[in-house]
Design a protein around this ligand. Structure first.
Ligand SMILES: [Zn+2]
Length: 360
């Protein structure tokens, strides 16, 4: 793959365990587009003073040893680490909201090592306990926590609509759109299905494609936007009260936002990494801005997640697993033994949703 730095195995010393830290033996590491992008970023991703980056921002492990001040974890506990490491002066646990982006880092993405290693030492406050029954599905907790945060932010934002209009059936079951079918898109769809919203998913696959079929037991409408343009959908009057955007493609975002209804909230959940191509002079952009003002709309950004979102992800994964266990297992498309880690980088991204490296 051009641009990606060749992955290699290194021996890294495990530091001394401090009193507020936990020694974790990693058992599974998930691999997504985000990890691939971090590897392409090369030295810009590396922690200070390091000439390499340990990849992997999604992991599951077992506690080997807990420091003397740690009360919440003991040997053998199943844990998932959070991603964001704060500026060290944040006064609450929502370190994902720290404004000092220059001081905070993201494990396996930028500034802090990730989790694709046998052993790691982590502060207890960056670990989330997971029930043993969820072990096989536990790599889904990190992407589900991204959906949790976006949904919580949206709910808080919607509190401003303290009125009821009798024309407005959507007030009870808001029409909700999810764009994108990566792990975050699929899990956002599953999570929001628990809330009884009327769901539509936009993807760029055929409806009978293996990935689209994950949605089969869910009560939703699937639209392949490779076949139908969002402009046509807009003209036909399709509108949404809530939009969860997970593609991070800026042109796609600009095509989808005009589908916001009055009072709508859109949550942008993936970082746009590329430049806008089509929209600088597009009349839809002006209309979008006019709608924002006239129809009281909100576009909200929500990236990654804090510990509270991870904790609700654990609870909701238990609930989802009791309904959609088969579909959740289908999201983890590959389980690759650590010794064959190079296989991970040869996978076709159309096929692989969330491949997982398994350590024995
Ligand atoms: Zn801070």
């Amino acid at each position: 793959m051009p641009g990606i730095s060749a992955p290699e195995i290194r021996d890294i010393p495990v530091p001394q365990l401090e009193e507020d830290e936990v020694l974790v033996r990693i058992t599974q590491v998930g691999f997504t587009r985000r990890d691939r992008l971090a590897m392409e970023m090369d030295e810009r991703s590396m922690p200070e003073g390091s000439d390499f980056l340990v990849t992997g921002h999604i992991a599951v492990g077992r506690v080997e040893e807990a420091g003397s001040m740690v009360n919440d974890f003991e040997q053998g506990d199943l844990v998932v680490p959070t991603i964001r490491r704060d500026c060290d002066h944040c006064i609450d646990s929502r370190v994902d909201m720290c404004v000092h982006l220059d001081l905070s880092t993201n494990c396996g993405i930028n500034g802090s090592h990730g989790f694709a290693r046998e052993l790691m030492i982590e502060k207890a406050r960056f670990l989330v306990k997971v029930p043993t029954e969820l072990e096989e599905l536990a790599t889904l907790i990190t992407p589900l926590s991204v959906a949790e945060k976006a949904h919580m932010e949206l709910i808080e934002t919607r509190q401003r609509y303290n009125f009821y209009c009798y024309h407005d059936e959507d007030k009870v079951t808001p029409k909700t759109l999810i764009t994108g079918m990566g792990p975050v898109g699929i899990l956002t769809t599953m999570l929001t299905s628990l809330y009884g919203y009327r769901l539509t998913v936009f993807g760029r696959r055929e409806a009978d494609d293996e990935r689209s079929r994950i949605f089969e037991p869910l009560n939703l409408e699937y639209i392949n936007t490779a076949r139908v343009s969002t402009e046509d959908l807009e003209e036909k009057g399709l509108r949404f009260r809530q939009i969860f955007e997970t593609t991070g493609d800026p042109d796609y975002i600009m095509n989808v936002l005009p589908l916001m209804d009055a009072n709508a909230v859109s949550v942008l959940m993936a970082m746009p990494e590329t430049e806008l191509k089509e929209h600088q002079t597009n009349p839809r952009t002006t209309r979008l801005l006019r709608n924002l003002v006239e129809k009281n709309q909100i576009i909200l950004g929500s990236l990654k997640s804090g510990k509270d979102a991870f904790e609700s992800a654990v609870e909701h994964l238990e609930e989802l697993a009791s309904i959609y266990e088969k579909q959740l297992k289908q999201i983890i498309t590959h389980r690759i033994p650590f010794d064959d880690f190079e296989e991970l980088f040869k996978l076709d991204s159309r096929e692989a949703i969330l491949p997982v490296l398994v350590f024995d």
